[in-house]
Write a protein that binds this ligand. Structure first.
Ligand code: HEM
Length: 353
């Protein structure tokens, strides 16, 4: 890209291509001379969603490019840029959740005026929404009712999803980035670290200490409910491990959560917060959409032919992308129990000049 440009005499409507955008609403009821006032709102609402999806994809693609080019290291400004763009995505999702309210001014009877005219089209076929989910990290094998995709989406749209799946997703990019967490070298950073008696001598000093104090800190029922075998599986791996996020990344996530007040960990912590916010806001959207659908069509099937609200509930329950990051919270212990870091580690976690 170049930095120089030619100054043109712009006109508002041309610059924004308003003729195209404002001329792109074609209510089927109008074409067929059917009385259905609310179809215009239905179309414009969907188009507004699609425009915001486009902006989210644009931000997401740029974030993936930064991760893909390996610029994200602790001393570069890249993580700052990533966080700024993640924040934008979060804010757009807030608006998208809130926007459901406008369509809710349409009553079920108003919807029935034109519902049959749009069958079998459905938001299910929104390829931008599918691309967005895929770029974040949702894989076809994890999708609720996969067979339904084959029936409902055009082949070219299914291919778009598969193509994207073969590229780097945000989930995988973050996993690779966290795996490189560089501070486990015992000789360099952990030589003076005090390991309490009774801690596992086979583990890294920090993890031996952390596991020991965590276990000691469990109270009441949790002492029996939380199996330390699960702690080992999550942070050190094993055959029965179900978690997608790698053990090394789970260790980094826990460490960043505990020591997030150190300057070097602040941006990574904020970034992880944003991953969870996006997941939560998308779940909120799925929930609001499902409730709206229930109110609009009760237990009828969707125009796309699914079981309607029942399908949407299944997708809501199973399409959390960054749940592993939240899962680590099970193994956080309170601040006063957190091991004190060595001087060498503390020095590493300060900003360097
Ligand atoms: C009257 C309003 C709406 C109704 C009754 C409705 C109904 C449904 C139903 C029943 C489904 C399940 C698939 C099917 O069988 O069709 C669905 C999926 C979907 N709809 Fe809507 N919808 C409405 C508005 C919207 C709006 C405004 C959007 C914004 C883009 C949207 C986006 C989606 C998406 C992305 C899915 C797929 C969700 C997933 O698979 O997790 N819908 N909708």
């Amino acid at each position: 890209m170049k930095n120089s440009y030619t100054q043109k005499q712009q006109y508002y409507g041309d610059y924004l291509a308003l003729d195209k955008i404002l001329g792109a609403q074609f209510p089927e009821s109008e074409a067929q001379n059917v009385d259905a006032h609310d179809e215009m709102l239905f179309i414009i609402t969907h188009q507004a969603y699609e425009l915001w999806f486009k902006q989210i994809r644009y931000e997401l693609d740029s974030i993936l490019e930064i991760f893909g080019s390996d610029q994200v290291n602790d001393n570069s400004g890249a993580l700052q840029i990533v966080n700024q763009r993640m924040r934008r995505i979060v804010e757009i999702w807030r608006i998208l959740v809130d926007q459901v309210r406008i369509l809710e001014t349409m009553t079920p009877m108003d919807f029935l005026d034109f519902r049959d005219l749009l069958t079998p089209a459905s938001g299910f076929q929104s390829y931008q929404f599918r691309q967005l989910e895929t770029s974040l990290g949702l894989r076809m094998k994890e999708r609720h009712q996969q067979a339904y995709y084959k029936h409902q989406l055009r082949e070219e749209d299914i291919n778009k999803i598969h193509d994207l799946e073969s590229k780097l997703s945000l989930f995988d990019a973050v996993d690779q980035w966290l795996k490189r967490f560089p501070f486990w070298d015992i000789e360099k950073y952990w030589r003076d670290f005090e390991v309490p008696q009774g801690a596992d001598p086979n583990l890294h000093p920090f993890w031996a200490t952390y596991k020991h104090t965590y276990q000691q800190g469990l109270q009441g029922l949790e002492r029996t409910r939380i199996a330390m075998a699960d702690f080992d599986l999550l942070f050190f791996g094993g055959e029965d491990r179900q978690t997608r996020l790698s053990p090394a990344s789970c260790r980094a996530v826990l460490f960043i959560n505990i020591y997030r007040d150190y300057p070097l960990l602040q941006l990574p912590f904020q970034f992880m917060e944003k991953l969870l916010q996006i997941d939560e806001l998308m779940a909120n959207w799925r929930y609001r959409h499902m409730i709206m659908v229930r109110r609009m069509i009760g237990m009828r099937s969707g125009t796309g032919g699914s079981s309607g609200a029942k399908y949407l509930k299944g997708a809501l329950d199973s399409h959390h992308i960054f749940a592993d990051f939240a899962g680590v919270a099970t193994y956080l212990s309170s601040r006063h129990l957190s091991p004190k870091l060595t001087r060498a580690m503390e020095r590493q976690l300060q900003f360097r000049v």
